[in-house]
Write a protein that binds this ligand. Structure first.
Ligand code: ADP
Length: 136
């Protein structure tokens, strides 16, 4: 008998290219060792960006109060992340050693609600001016 495999939430839309690119993740980051900001010490360079595990509670989300997440999306992501892990890192901006998140809101909340200590991030370095631009 040929079985039907039910793929989890949005799995079929993953770009295989980026999945392969994100595979070699640096290291765990719960201690914040060496940086004091919850980021992994050994970063993995990837096309000018850095992929690293960052402590969930070290990521500031300045706009989170003004934007509501879709609870059904968060729930579906929680189930999927618990089952297969995060397949696509969230984007964060690093300014003077502080991490800011403006997107990936549902994945971030799913991590928080699952009680996961860290989240895989694609980090872009920026200036205070970049930050101001995001806050507008
Ligand atoms: P967000 O606000 O986090 O971007 P969306 O619902 O708009 O939430 O998009 C969910 C994103 O999470 C998609 O880009 C999807 O590829 C990604 N993703 C990463 N890991 C998973 C996973 N385990 N299951 C489902 N989607 C995932």
């Amino acid at each position: 008998m040929t079985g039907f495999v039910h793929l989890p939430y949005k799995l079929r839309t993953f770009p295989t290219k980026s999945l392969a690119a994100y595979k070699p993740v640096a290291c765990s980051a719960t201690s914040g060792e060496g940086t004091g900001n919850g980021a992994a010490v050994n970063f993995q360079k990837n096309r000018g960006l850095v992929i690293a595990e960052i402590a969930v509670d070290k990521i500031r989300r300045p706009l989170s109060r003004t934007r509501a997440n879709d609870p059904d999306k968060v729930k579906a992501l929680m189930e999927s992340i618990a089952q297969i892990g995060l397949q696509e890192p969230i984007d964060v901006l690093e300014v003077d050693g502080v991490y800011y998140g403006f997107s990936g809101c549902h994945r971030f909340e799913a991590h928080q609600r699952l009680g996961l200590p860290t989240i895989r991030c694609r980090i872009r370095r920026g200036t205070k001016e970049t930050l101001r631009h995001h806050m507008r």
